[in-house]
Design a protein around this ligand. Structure first.
Ligand SMILES: [Zn+2]
Length: 307
């Protein structure tokens, strides 16, 4: 190859490398801008199993995602006990794949922690995992179960997140992940348990417009919606074989009736007229730990309220 051609070749390569470098730096910069400077609320929902967040907050997550907000779901266990025929690594892998598909359908990031299903304990080790997840996401809002529930994994997920509520701001705890500068607002998912006290719907979100999306997210959890839950609940014979029939059936069985308390909360946030039209809702209770939002702050955190 003549000398000038070799020189041309190397110059071309150098330009290519410089362009790649600039594009790389630009992408990091744009990501940082998107994540931190746009003032958009960042939400993290934490459940015990891969499908819990979808069930209790999937509609609200889909609304946030539609507005371009960053939402993450975390499953504290890998779900490796939730099936009647398979278990262990095989099931954990299957459920991880289902969670990723559900995340894609809802527009959220789905993380699954590698703790065994059915064996979760509120240990320091898992508490540090939870603190890390909340900090890394730079969360403004954290949503988790209340610590009273029939399932020990749900109950301890509630305890673990409560235990993280103050610690996320303490720099000397888990110092490898920078502490949050401001304490997030911690909320509870809605549940039906009455003792020691019933769930109080402080915030109610109209999810009617995204209910189909929520169901599409749940439909991704095939091993749960169509195998395990019907089997353990003794209604396996009711699951339709046809794909479209299944989704219709799922929508019927996953519909949560709107209680009087939730309807009253909807009226507060949307007005009587609009609240009367709501067909599907998700509600949340403000946890006593973490930042305590006033009405204006709740409207800032949940901009879909009233719309
Ligand atoms: Zn669960």
């Amino acid at each position: 190859m003549p000398h000038y051609l070799i020189q041309f070749f190397f110059m071309k390569q150098a330009y290519k490398n410089i362009t790649c470098c600039i594009l790389f730096i630009l992408s990091i910069f744009l990501t940082a801008v998107a994540q931190n400077s746009d003032n958009k609320v960042r939400i993290i929902m934490i459940g015990a199993h891969p499908d819990d967040c979808d069930d209790d907050g999937g509609g609200t997550a889909a609304l946030f995602a539609q507005m371009g907000y960053a939402v993450k779901f975390v499953s504290v266990t890998n779900g490796d006990a939730g099936h009647q025929l398979i278990g262990g690594v095989e099931l954990a892998k299957k459920r991880f794949a289902e969670a990723q598909e559900a995340g894609k359908r809802l527009g959220v990031v789905y993380d699954v922690l590698d703790n065994h299903d059915g064996q979760l304990m509120p240990t320091l080790e898992v508490r540090l995992q939870v603190i890390k997840k909340i900090r890394e996401w730079n969360a403004d809002v954290v949503i988790a179960p209340r610590p009273n529930d029939y399932h020990p994994d749900h109950r301890y997920t509630g305890v673990l997140v409560q235990d993280a509520a103050y610690m996320v701001s303490v720099p000397n705890v888990a110092p490898e992940t920078p502490a949050l500068k401001k304490n997030p607002v911690f909320l509870y998912f809605q549940d039906r348990f009455q003792r020691p006290n019933p769930f109080r719907p402080d915030i109610a979100v109209d999810i009617t417009s995204v209910f189909d999306k929520k169901i599409a997210g749940l439909d991704a959890h095939v091993s749960q919606m169509y195998d395990w839950l019907p089997w353990i609940g003794h209604y396996a014979e009711k699951v339709p074989k046809d794909k479209n029939e299944r989704i219709k059936w799922l929508a019927e069985t996953r519909k949560v009736p709107i209680s009087t308390a939730v309807r009253t909360a909807l009226e507060k946030w949307y007005g009587k007229e609009k609240a009367a039209q709501v067909k599907n809702a998700e509600a949340f209770e403000i946890c006593e730990y973490g930042a305590q939002p006033d009405e204006a702050e709740i409207k800032r955190l949940f901009p879909m309220l009233g719309k």
